[in-house]
Design a protein around this ligand. Structure first.
Ligand SMILES: [Mn+2]
Length: 316
């Protein structure tokens, strides 16, 4: 569907229940909150379905918007979700009821009767902004907070290659509402916990470089959190850190999980490389610049495969 079709569809329906992906980031939650608040401002009934995995850092996005049980007559919409397996467990019973999904993942799976997928959009939040504008919604400071969080998250605060004129224009519209955006930038992009630094220090010592340092990977065993005295969650999300090492074009982290014994992959790449294609070899996906996946292989087997795949990409 086009943005105009989607705006008309929202106008014709009501009682929306918005669904987000597991391991929720600032885009899926920011998009859900923007849509929810925007629809409410237009007189619609809308809520965000509980995502139990929401982090403390992002809790402000869905304050007062989340519900545990959808209404009987709910019309389900998913945002920023590329495939049906990506929902948190409590949302799985409703996946088949989703009427419309709005997404920006290029390699996504169609799994709903209606969809608006725009891979040229840097964030899903920006798509929602366009739709709400078409519906006559007035952007307020309250709505600008989750909207800005969504687009800042998916562009790494306007640093990634996906950042475009539309992203900046949407950010400018957010700033024009008078919303205080600086604390969002500080919390998301200029704050690191001591535990995270401990993990980064370990990663610095244990990263393996390939192809003259143009590719790098780091494998984190399931004992790492205990070894460093940090939380399990602190061990994730360091692929961007490995990629940020000078000269590294392609970075992969492998994290062995304590919970399900799977190995979780995260890949980051600069323009000219495709992180999603590499993760697809492990049944995962995402964007060219940032992607993820998981495997039931042992950590040592997964390391072997990552190294092989990285060498194919780098050496051809
Ligand atoms: Mn997104």
């Amino acid at each position: 569907m086009t943005r105009t079709d989607t705006a008309r569809w929202f106008a014709e329906n009501d009682n929306f229940c918005i669904m987000t992906h597991a391991g929720p980031d600032g885009d899926t939650l920011g998009t859900a909150a923007t849509l929810c608040l925007g629809l409410r401002s237009l007189g619609k009934t809308a809520a965000v379905l509980l995502n139990p995995e929401i982090s403390e850092k992002l809790a402000y996005l869905c304050d007062g918007l989340m519900i545990e049980e959808p209404a009987e007559n709910a019309v389900f919409v998913s945002v920023d979700v590329a495939a049906p397996y990506m929902f948190p467990e409590n949302q799985l019973p409703f996946v088949e009821k989703i009427a419309l999904r709005i997404d920006h993942h290029g390699n996504s799976t169609s799994f709903t009767p209606l969809e608006l997928v725009d891979p040229t959009s840097a964030s899903c939040a920006e798509i929602i902004y366009d739709i709400l504008l078409e519906m006559g919604c007035v952007l307020t400071a309250e709505i600008a907070i989750p909207l800005y969080t969504g687009l800042a998250t998916d562009t790494g605060c306007f640093r990634f290659a996906n950042t475009n004129a539309h992203t900046f224009a949407t950010a400018a519209a957010c700033a024009a509402t008078g919303a205080n955006l600086q604390p969002i930038n500080q919390a998301l992009f200029d704050t690191v916990t001591l535990n995270k630094l401990k993990v980064q220090a370990w990663v610095t010592e244990h990263t393996v470089f390939l192809s003259e340092g143009r590719a790098a990977y780091c494998a984190m065993p399931k004992t790492l959190a205990t070894e460093l005295g940090v939380d399990e969650r602190d061990v994730g999300g360091v692929a961007g850190f490995v990629r940020s090492i000078e000269g590294v074009c392609f970075a992969v982290t492998l994290r062995e999980s304590n919970e399900d014994n799977k190995v979780y992959l995260s890949a980051r790449a600069v323009p000219g490389y495709d992180a999603a294609a590499l993760c697809a070899k492990f049944g995962g996906g995402g964007h060219k610049g940032a992607a993820g996946g998981s495997t039931t292989m042992s950590l040592s087997d997964a390391i072997q495969k990552v190294e092989t795949e990285l060498l194919i990409v780098m050496e051809g």
